[in-house]
Write a protein that binds this ligand. Sequence first.
Ligand code: ADP
Length: 629
Amino acid sequence: MKPPIARRVCFPLVVLCLLALSGGGAMAVESRTVLVLYSNGRLVPGNVEVEAGLRSAIESSAERPVHLFNEFLDNPDFVGDRYERTVTRYLRDKYADRPPAIVVAVARDSLDFVLRHRDDLFPGVPVVHAAVFATFPTPLPALPLDVVGVPVGYEITGSLEQALRWHPGTERLVFVTGSTPRDLSWEALFRAKATDLGPKVKAEFLAGLPIDGLSKRLGELDKHSLVFTAGFYQSGDQQRFTPRDAAELIAQASAVPVYGTFSTFLGTGVVGGVMPRFDAMGRQAGDIVNALLDGTSPAALELPERTRNTLSVDQRQTRRWGIADADIPSDAIVEFRQPTFWAAYRRTAVVGGTVILLQAGLIAALMVEHRRRLKAEMTLVQRGSELAHASRLAIAGELTASIAHEINQPLAAILANTEAAELMIKSGRQKPDDIGNILADIRRDDLRASDVIARLRSLLARQVVARHPIELNEAVAQGCAMLDAEAHRRSIDLVVRAGPSPLRILGDPIQIQQVLINLVLNAMDAVGDLPEDRRKIVVSTVRHADHVTVSVSDRGHGIEATHLPRLFDSFFSTKRSGMGLGLSISRSIVDAHAGRLRVDSWPGKGTVFHMDVPLLGPNGTAPKEYRWT
Ligand code: ADP
């Protein structure tokens, strides 16, 4: 009912007077009601988005308070004349004391309802429509001047064309719809649009199927198919859905990409489509509401002819179906953006990269260090062999007297034999046999002398260490042969007790001899003060399971217990002219043969040095290291 004219005129005057009396100060302003009437249920996702858009756009402040009230017609669950009468009565009673300043009708059913009942319910109240199709399910009728809004134009063809561009091998387009009148309208629309597809693409309509049958068919589709849907409210077996839930079910069941009509489908597994956005529709309606509340007359509003449609996609789905990011137009709305590898794993990548860099640096440093060590070790080995060589020169020096004697002996014999032969020839009494015997003696003595020189040369000449399989008894015999003359010179009994051959080891015969000569010369020094009949040195070789022991024993003065720990140190010597290098060089030679050099000594009674060396295995190999127990 309209207020009487007197009241209509007086009310603003009273307000003005009150404002003047209060000096223009703040005073409570009555809030205005905006009634939003939705076609379907509260939880239909499109409604939720429209409401979010409306609320974000409608300005409400202390100076201009606005109250938004939502009502839901709950189509298609509730329909019919009786239901409409109930709703009309309910709305009239409910809003009698808060008459709406504006009614917002969301979607076509709501707009039709408002158009049918507005004169009865809210006469003269402007109506703003939102999410109302321009042509679907029927073309929008001519609207009164105070019923305004921006109609929605669905771009079914635009969506299909985009989908076909992304999937050029498509031969079949499958349209899925439901069984309510609204669903049937979508089917009719799809059938009309399918004719635009051209002869290359066949259209198939899965309309009002029971869920099982629908899922089965969707699962069987081959790779030359695409699915398009507007969702549905009811399946063929009477199951109720929201369009979004139906789209989700379709996308889950489908073996091929699914495209759709509504932005609310994004996130359900649908790839996307050229579609109006429900939140944008809500914002647009909210802007119109603001203008009307601010006093703009509905007829003066300048509104676009249609809502703006945009290509919207779910990036998870575009990637799933092999659509390159570069093929998505730059003005498309891309939702569910997948972070790039860098964005997703930046922290891990930075930490991992740093660790790898550090590790690489460490490895490089270790390699440099390793090379340096190798070089140092090689230098050390060279120095060691030089030292060993120097030590052999010293031995040769020590043996000079006996060597000279050893060479002198055959030379003297040769001289004596030559003189004898001359006398025989001069006397003319020589017999051919005598001369022959003399010459044979000369040859033997000559060979003896050159033998001594050859042994000496081999001891002194070579510096390079060459390790190969050798017979240890032979090396010991040769070493002792070099010492025979010296032993004789010192009146020492040098006895060799060789264990049964073969005693095959991997070694350098010259170095083994060097150790032996060192040990025997030390033993000679140790027994030097004993009476001649007790000057005895025994060199023996004894075979064990997998190694051989060469022992040099004497009955000399022995070694004091306090000297034992330093015995193998370089430059440790108790001799007046000793260098103290013999034992330390011997130990490093034996170590290099994977062996060990040890000593047992009884002060005043004698000393035994043992050189243990691993025997060659049955297949001719020798251990590089040996665990001595
Ligand atoms: P050098 O013979 O020049 O002294 P070595 O390293 O060969 O150097 O020997 C170190 C020391 O070990 C000797 O000075 C001596 O005191 C002791 N030694 C070595 N062998 C024996 C031994 N058979 N009997 C007693 N002492 C020994």
